[in-house]
Design a protein around this ligand. Structure first.
Ligand code: 3HC
Length: 695
């Protein structure tokens, strides 16, 4: 018998336990082991029913993703052994039943779950469809529309929702869960005929009478799922459940699964999945580094970022104190937080009760002396060194020893901030991305003296607040913003040289960004970038000027808020319309500067923008500020809206080939000058025939 699955008798009930840490995935040996155990239970006259459960309070998190795309074909006979068992099998779900885990549960005759368990078919998130009958069995249990929502959406559902949908038969407390499962198995031991999901067609009728629901779903996902195949294949799979006999539906699902699992979309999404987890490993920080457990947080500043960070902590169940200079500013911050939560209630993502729970975790304060006992403080005041330094001097005096002193700076020197305190080892950057309560990225910036314990603690904190933490070193703009600077410059220079904002936006949108970068600038407000440029021009008279966006701002075209920016906007309509005014500004500038406009192919626009950042990322790697190219990918995916189904900017570059990227950058260096000087790191990789992300 497989070591990964064991069989024990508890009276007349056979208990089958899957024991494959860390998540009880269906690695080779697990499916076969479950089938052997079911056969054993059927062969034993003393066994009347069986319970299938996972070791360590976890059911099964799905197929083993590491095995995917390796050409191994998973045997399918085990499923028949489980499904056609002569004695009842009860799936007892704690932790997660995801993907192949939920599919295994649906092979069983009954499914019960603990109160905290989660179920789902998240395969779409790794570019595939359920491949062990999910597209055929979920609609039979939950109905066709609910199955479409679950399989195309890929979300995790709490067990209560699973019961409401008809996927789960009952829910029990986590305490004594195995005993409850055994009692349940005893209760159903003599029920015949055995209920099997495959035999239950009643809930398919709704779609037989209303085939339009599939097209409606395709329409609903069209914008979000553009360029992708998996979400549409999920719909086809469920459609097959309605239109084909059960076994033919399974065959259709298998065919779609095989097509998808080997495709680039799935490869990129698997890469993204594992890369995010690898980002937790920092080369010189051992996994057993002691950490400061964060049980309470203080946030300094109640502006947009401070409020968003406060909400993030409250959302994660942490008590959080928010400090502002006076009562008026505090009231404003608390109002902002409440109204943001209320928007979420209107959208249906949280309940009014949850708003009250979260608000109750937030304590507004006006004095530093009220923060001292917090485990961590995050400063989110105005982004200027002369504003931040006095705050850190205060924090040094008021915070308990051992507390994490973090700054939300997006670019300033962490070492200079740390030097304002007598404990630079406790000072670190935790850079959130706007809106802080939504964006998943947390850039964790190590100063020269930051201790390993504080870095490891912030990594753990990131997980605690459901963010993806990526650690990097200290430099102007750190890894994230510094790697975006060339992108922003290049899009502007393309405009000078011959492209129009709508050309650039179309290319980037078609590539997979949710919006083009000029439309994003209009949304965020062009005045923000303008302020930064004015400061840079004042500090450095040789700084590269950007006359076109400067003129646009001088005319008050700040974006959507002024109904004019790079594009024109109509009242009550956020659609960006190409602007004659902007085209005139651009052509006037070209004439004045003596530029003969060139025409660019879409590929050139895309590569000029992305290659410029790839070269910068290589420079950051060369300086040792970033540890791995994959970390940059995690940042771009979670902080900058890079399309996930392309893996990440460095993974995308690998598909083109490091040598080809280097050759192009070298050619642009000759043609366009110094800003394209190839990074020595890039040159070395190209010469050695290596890749960015897989060596
Ligand atoms: N296969 C292989 N490894 C997996 C895995 C899987 N399905 N799920 C998680 N792991 C690994 C992670 O890589 C990580 O490894 P590491 O410690 O070496 O980095 C470890 O297990 C722990 O995972 P997390 O750090 O993600 O743990 P969390 O507690 O934060 O989250 C989870 C647990 C929600 C289960 C999350 O791991 C997850 O979402 N896993 C993927 C679930 C999934 O997509 N299932 C469907 C798979 S496809 C399928 O089933 C096809 C079928 O239809 C045939």
């Amino acid at each position: 018998m497989s070591e990964l699955v064991r069989f024990e008798k508890r009276g007349a009930i056979g208990v089958i336990t899957v024991d494959n840490p860390p998540v009880n995935a269906l690695s080779p040996g697990v499916p076969e082991g479950m089938a052997e155990c079911v056969a054993k239970g059927n062969a034993d006259p003393d066994v009347k029913a069986m319970v299938l459960i996972g070791q360590g309070g976890k059911f099964i998190a799905g197929a083993d993703i590491k095995q995917m795309g390796k050409g191994n074909t998973t045997p399918t006979e085990w499923r028949e052994t489980v499904e056609m068992s002569e004695k009842p099998v009860v799936a007892a779900i704690q932790g997660y039943a995801l993907g192949g885990g939920l599919e295994t549960a649906m092979l069983c005759n009954y499914r019960i779950a603990s109160e905290t368990a989660k179920i789902g078919q998240p395969e779409v998130a790794i570019g595939i469809i359920p491949g062990a009958g999910g597209t055929q069995r979920v609609p039979r249990l939950a109905g066709v529309q609910a199955a479409l929502d679950m399989i195309v959406g890929g979300e995790h559902y709490p067990s209560s929702a699973g019961k409401d949908l008809g996927i789960l038969d009952d829910i029990y407390s986590d305490d004594g869960f195995l005993d409850a499962a055994i009692a349940y198995a005893e209760k159903v031991a003599d029920v015949r005929p055995l209920p099997r999901v495959r035999d239950n067609d009643a809930k398919l009728a709704e779609a037989k009478d209303n085939p339009g629901i599939f097209d409606a779903m395709r329409k609903k996902i069209a914008r979000k799922a553009r360029n992708q195949r998996a979400p549409y294949a999920c719909i086809e799979g469920v459609e097959a459940a309605v239109n084909l006999p059960f076994d033919d539906g399974l065959a259709k699902e298998r065919e779609l699964f095989k097509e998808l699992v080997a495709a680039d979309e799935a490869k990129s999404l698997r890469y993204a999945f594992f890369t995010e987890r690898q980002a937790r490993n920092v080369p010189d920080i051992p996994k057993d580094t002691p950490i400061t457990k964060v049980a309470s947080v203080a946030v300094i500043g109640g502006g947009t970022m401070g409020s968003g960070i406060t909400m993030t902590c409250a959302d994660a169940g942490l008590p959080v104190r928010i400090l502002e200079m006076n009562e008026e500013a505090l009231t404003k911050a608390m109002d902002r937080i409440r109204s943001t939560y209320e928007v979420s209630v209107k959208r249906g993502s949280i309940t009014a009760e949850q708003v009250e729970e979260r608000m109750a975790r937030i304590t507004p304060v006006t004095s530093y002396s009220d923060l001292g006992d917090c485990d961590m403080v995050i400063e989110a005041v105005f982004e200027r060194m002369d504003v931040k330094i006095p705050v850190f001097k205060q924090l040094d005096q008021s915070m308990k020893q051992g507390a994490i002193l973090a700054t939300n700076s997006s670019a300033l020197d962490i070492d200079e901030i740390a030097a304002a305190t007598n404990r630079p080892e406790s000072v670190i950057g935790t850079h959130f991305f706007s809106p802080a309560n939504v964006m998943k990225l947390l850039e964790i910036v190590r100063g020269e003296k930051t201790s390993k314990e504080i870095v490891a603690s912030c990594q753990r904190f990131a997980q605690q607040i459901a963010k993806v933490g990526v650690v990097c070193g200290n430099c102007d703009g750190f890894l994230a913003n510094r790697s975006r600077v060339p992108f922003n410059l290049e899009m502007n220079l393309l405009i000078e040289d011959g492209a129009l904002p709508q050309d650039v936006d179309k290319v980037m949108y078609d590539f997979g960004y949710p919006m083009g970068p000029f439309a994003v600038a209009d949304l965020a407000g062009n005045d923000i970038g303008w302020e930064g440029r004015k400061r840079r021009y004042a500090a450095n008279p040789d700084a590269r000027k950007l006359p076109i966006p400067d003129t646009i701002c001088e005319m008050g075209r700040f974006g959507q808020k002024t109904r004019a920016g790079w594009f024109d906007y109509k009242e009550g309509d956020r659609t960006p319309y190409p602007s004659d005014v902007v085209e005139k500004i651009i052509s006037d500038y070209r004439e004045e500067a003596g530029i003969t406009p060139k025409s660019f192919t879409e590929e050139e626009i895309l590569r000029r923008i992305l290659f410029s950042s790839i070269n910068e990322i290589c420079k950051i790697l060369d300086e040792g500020i970033a540890y791995k190219a994959t970390d940059a990918d995690v940042m771009w995916l979670n902080g900058f809206g890079f399309p996930r189904y392309r893996g990440g900017v460095m993974f995308w570059a690998d598909q083109i080939g490091v040598k080809a990227v280097y050759d192009q950058i070298s050619a642009w260096y000759d043609e366009l000058g110094d800003r394209w000087a190839p990074s020595p790191y890039l040159k070395k990789l190209a010469e050695e025939g290596k890749s960015f992300t897989s060596d």
